[in-house]
Write a new protein. Sequence first.
Length: 290
Amino acid sequence: MIPAQFEYEAPGTLAEAVSLLAQDPDGTKVLAGGHSLIPAMKLRLAQPQKLIDIARIPDLAYIREDGNLILIGATTTHYQLESSDLLRNICPLLPECAKSIGDVQVRNKGTIGGSLAHSDPAGDWPAAAIALNADVVLVGPGGERTMNSESFFVDLLTTALEPGEILREIRIAKPEGKFGQAYQKVPHPASGFAVVGIAANLSFGADGTCSAASLGVTGVASKAYRPAATESALVGKQLDEQTITMATAHACDGVDINSDLYASEDYRRNLAIVHAARAVRAAAARMITG
Ligand SMILES: Cc1cc2nc3c(=O)[nH]c(=O)nc-3n(C[C@H](O)[C@H](O)[C@H](O)COP(=O)(O)OP(=O)(O)OC[C@H]3O[C@@H](n4cnc5c(N)ncnc54)[C@H](O)[C@@H]3O)c2cc1C
């Protein structure tokens, strides 16, 4: 359980990190919290020649409001998100999701940027990012680009990051009007990773009708996804029990469902449907005005 030999650099700025990464984008890995990368290196599933530690770059960990946006720096830890009073008031899904991750040690070191960049099929942040329609800001030698989180997740452990790019920031539109959010998860009893995890972000009209529904599902397929049929079956409706049950029955439509020693395909489908309903119910019950 000892990693192969590697070099280590701790740049003081993001520009320096980008330039170091550009020297050998294929043989170099960005290191953030290290809670996915280091285990992979110990198992020799990853053998980078060099690590660029971005966790020591000042000003890359932050949670800020900027007009109608919430800006989150890539190296913001799960714990910083879990314990943010600002987020608890304006976007409670983020602290709720953070709180569900691993244990205290994982939450103290692991970062939101690292989790999104890793695209673990059982990671929690991808579900929340999709439900919140988050954008990710990527920076590389050619400059900066912004893309929607849903298209950022390409496949199992694969994102749209190009070699040499670093995820710098996550941007989320502040929920406005009447809205409700919730995260429901079945944690694996050993690791805490999501066997299934459902993030729900709902908006409501003045009469309580659901005016917009945005959900993210993790743990079920090779990458986190949006259950589009469930979302469209909720919009324009009063969220009574029958509507929620009928809509969330479609939570796994169109995806190949994972099966492993802990949860078979059928069991996972059932967990996803039951927990999608719970997430929608909880989000509706927590309706607040932004
Ligand atoms: C025991 C244990 C339990 C866990 N339980 C959970 C859980 O319940 N839920 C959950 O979601 N996760 C869980 N995790 C994973 C944890 O959340 C990790 O912290 C997270 O997946 C990766 O974040 P990191 O900052 O540690 O990234 P690292 O491990 O440093 O990096 C992960 C990958 O992303 C790349 N990377 C990192 N940051 C960037 C960036 N800014 N730009 C580009 N590439 C980048 C790295 O090169 C690497 O390939 C657990 C981990 C452990 C060890």
